[in-house]
Write a protein that binds this ligand. Structure first.
Ligand SMILES: *Cc1c(COP(=O)(O)O)cnc(C)c1O
Length: 217
């Protein structure tokens, strides 16, 4: 772990946001260093890697799935995760519902939206479908759709990053108005390079990997 960066992040998010430490490609020892600091939320983006780690690491870790979830991997992921941040289709929701029901548990999920128009990352729902998507998911008894996840654009142009995160914030507020802020609670926005900007736009969960594990920035 990089203690200096960890202290900076904790200070930046204090009273504002939860920290999901993105532990993809990191060893179980690296994860345990943060675990011993009291961290419990870790994010993974590959089904096999998540399963492998979840099976050997402490049970009170809250695993979040943050990558594109292939339909044939749902069964592998559902038993281990407390939250799927990358819910991006109704077919996927139906499969998660089926597996969560089989496991007799309720899985939290965030709807992932694609906001950056000129971005190369094309996964995610379009915001025009947001209300109908969440309404449909409300029919699933084993999914608690309680937030949204957005990615910033791959650019160093801060004005562009601000405008994408402002869009995410606006969408979040609109959905809170529509469904209630007790239902839509989490706005997951911001990674190593852009989390400070995301915090200015009401993000209340940041997903940070590189900055907490690599001493190169
Ligand atoms: C890898 C990843 C992150 C973390 O990115 P860093 O730049 O390493 O902080 C956050 N969210 C998602 C969806 C990711 O895939």
């Amino acid at each position: 772990m990089i203690r200096k960066h960890y202290e900076i992040v904790k200070n930046d998010i204090a009273g504002k946001a939860d920290l999901c430490i993105v532990s993809k490609h990191r060893t179980t020892d690296e994860i345990m260093e943060y675990y011993h600091e009291g961290q419990r939320i870790f994010g993974e983006n590959r089904a096999a890697e998540l399963k492998e780690k979840a099976e050997v690491l402490p049970e009170d870790i809250e695993w979040h799935f943050i990558g594109h979830l292939q339909k044939n991997k749902v069964r592998q992921v559902v038993p281990h995760v407390s939250c799927i941040q990358s819910l991006d289709s109704l077919e996927l929701a139906a499969l998660i519902e089926k597996e969560a029901a089989r496991e007799n548990r309720i899985i939290r999920a965030f709807a992932e939206f694609h906001l950056a128009v000129d971005d190369t990352n094309k996964t995610g729902l379009s915001k025009e479908n947001a209300v109908s998507f969440i309404r449909e998911c409300a029919g699933y008894a084993h999914i608690d759709l309680c937030g949204i996840m957005c990615m910033g654009p791959h650019t160093e142009d801060e004005a562009k990053i601000h405008s994408v995160f402002a869009e995410g914030e606006e969408l979040f507020r609109m959905l809170q108005k529509e469904f209630g802020s007790d239902k839509i609670r989490t706005l997951s926005m911001g990674m190593s390079d852009d989390y400070r900007i995301a915090l200015e736009h009401s993000s209340n969960m940041v997903r940070i990997g590189t900055y907490l594990f690599e001493d190169d920035q």
